[in-house]
Design a protein around this ligand. Structure first.
Ligand code: SF4
Length: 300
């Protein structure tokens, strides 16, 4: 809804959350792409570099093109960019076979997790057990993680996914970096209970806290931040996994928290004169976009 230009300003007090903006892994990947594009007309990103259409449009203007895995079969003589989520080994292998140069911007936190998964897999297999990955099925990071073990792991997205597991055997679980810590704790508790009910040995169940601190540390902060403001505007792309999880935290504290993808989704009827408004976002939402949205709201 647009404001009538003749109406008085609402005098909203707008604060941008200084702890929002890109996480370390996304900053690093975007900088590398920008630097490359200073001297090259194009770069081909395997999947969207960030789950944020506004930032993607900016990078596409600089020369970034988004390609899919199937495109590897047809492109020639180009550099392909691997985003912060990482990729399975099969992607590197196929790119090498096709003679493509890979610019690898996998986040160091994800690289470390991939290494831990390979090691955890070897150990649990030696004990005749199963590797579990707590994550979103089909998410790019999860595809990269399960690819480390040739797909020989079970993805646990929700409680029901545990029903097919043999709890009498050894189990090891890791989490996708952007999952919700509370949900992960609940899944771990459920596995412990099921191991005990199956008469299994609890010592054979290993769980690893591999949720990225760049995401997990935002939850307690957002709880405080959202409690301080009358209205919260949370900015995130629709595909962002951490955006969905972080927004749930905002909503649990402030019933007047609204999730938007861009300034086009703002609605003036959400605000009352003189209120305080907090503007925050996902780890894939750039600070420049939060500042732009805050400025629009200040002018209501
Ligand atoms: S959320 Fe963490 S693991 Fe994921 S890209 Fe950002 S810094 Fe890396």
């Amino acid at each position: 809804m647009d404001r009538d230009d003749s109406s008085p300003k609402m005098g909203l007090q707008v604060e941008v959350d200084s702890k929002s903006g890109f996480c370390y892994g996304v900053i690093k990947a975007v900088r590398q792409a920008e630097n490359f594009l200073k001297n090259n007309s194009h770069i081909y990103s395997l999947g969207a570099i960030v789950h944020n259409d506004t930032e993607l449009a900016r990078l596409e203007n600089l020369g970034m093109k988004i390609i899919q895995h199937s495109d590897i079969e047809r492109i020639e003589d180009v550099d392909i960019f691997i985003r912060a989520h990482g990729e399975p080994p099969s992607t590197y292998k196929r790119a090498a076979e096709r003679g493509l140069v890979v610019m690898d911007c996998t986040c160091p936190v994800v690289l470390k997790l991939q290494e831990r998964i390979r090691k955890g897999y070897r150990q649990v297999k030696e004990r005749g057990g199963t590797l579990l990955i707590f994550g979103k099925k089909g998410h790019a990071e999860v595809n990269g993680l399960i690819g480390q073990v040739d797909g020989d792991a079970v993805i646990i997205e929700r409680e029901e996914d545990l029903n097919s597991i043999d709890f009498s055997r050894a189990l090891t679980i890791f989490s996708q970096t952007t999952m919700d810590t509370v949900h992960y704790s609940a899944i771990i508790s459920s596995i412990k209970r099921r191991v005990s009910e199956a008469g299994g040995d609890s010592g054979k169940f290993e769980y690893h806290n591999t949720i990225c601190r760049q995401v997990s540390s935002r939850h307690p902060h957002l709880r405080l931040y959202c409690g301080k403001h009358d209205v919260i505007i949370f900015v995130s792309g629709g595909q962002s996994s951490n955006g969905r999880v972080l927004f749930e935290t905002c909503r649990s504290v402030n019933a007047r928290a609204y999730k938007i993808e861009s300034s086009k989704d703002l609605d003036i009827s959400w605000f009352n004169p003189g209120e305080t408004v907090g503007v925050c976002g996902a780890t894939s939402t750039p600070m420049w976009q939060l500042n732009e949205i805050a400025e629009i709201i200040r002018n209501y």
